[in-house]
Design a protein. Structure first.
Length: 191
């Protein structure tokens, strides 16, 4: 059995930041759908061209696009202990499709680690990262505002879905990076 962890949270909550030490410590394969899409854009692929316009508006790319990428990484990594899904699922349909993908192999989601921060902190963190990483979707206020709206409208409903399944675990992601990391690791140690 492989383990499947979901790193959940609004834009800028720290999913990518905390994924790095987690995958090392628990021998997981990190799958960031945002990073996969950004590499497609950088490589100038057809998929990348389609995704670029949506990402730069702060919209989601179609479910089947990200699901195809996820399935590809699962298939290519049969020997890892598990996966850390960062930024996926992001719609109720993606969550249903993920369950189906896993059920067909007798697998299931082990746990959802949800990093929670208020909208105001999202803006601060994204503005800080814009100066360092230069991501196109960090560059203007309207895109950032739309990413936050998209999160509340399409992604937040997943909280209830995973609460119902009894696998939802919330971590207060306000605090310094080492403070939040300690909370995340304390939770991960329980799985
Ligand atoms: P994605 O790349 O997943 O972006 P996101 O969800 O908006 O999340 P971020 O990567 O912006 O934030 P993060 O939580 O990783 O925070 P980070 O650790 O960097 O997706 C991009 C786009 O791709 C989407 O908008 C969508 O268009 C598309 N997409 C992706 N997945 C999709 C899907 N499943 N379906 C459809 N479309 C999809 O931290 C942020 C900053 O804060 C950093 O600078 C960090 O150093 C700093 N920081 C972190 N923690 C702290 C702390 N505790 N204190 C102070 N600073 C901190
Ligand atoms: Mg990220």
């Amino acid at each position: 059995m492989q383990k499947y962890f979901i790193m959940f949270g609004p834009p800028g909550a720290g999913k990518g930041t905390h994924a790095a030490p987690m995958v090392k410590r628990y021998h997981l394969k990190h799958i960031s759908t945002g990073e996969l899409l950004r590499s497609e854009i950088a490589a100038g692929t057809e998929l990348g061209k389609q995704a670029k316009a949506l990402i730069e508006k702060g919209e989601l790319v179609p479910d089947e696009v990200v699901e195809g990428m996820i399935a590809g990484v699962f298939a290519a990594n049969p020997d890892v202990k598990g996966f850390l899904l960062d930024g996926f699922p992001r719609t109720v349909q993606q969550a249903i499709d993920l369950d189906e993908m896993l059920e067909s192999r007798d697998e299931y989601v082990t746990g959802v680690i949800s990093l929670m921060i208020p909208d105001e902190v999202i803006k601060e963190r994204i503005k800080g990262r814009a100066l360092i990483e230069g991501r196109a979707d960090d560059a203007n206020d309207e895109t950032i505002a739309n990413r936050i709206r998209t999160y509340h409208a399409k992604t937040e409903p997943l909280i209830e879905v995973y609460k119902q399944k009894g696998i939802y675990h919330e971590v207060d992601a306000v605090g310094t990076i080492p403070e939040v990391e300690a909370r995340v690791m304390a939770l991960m140690d329980t799985f």
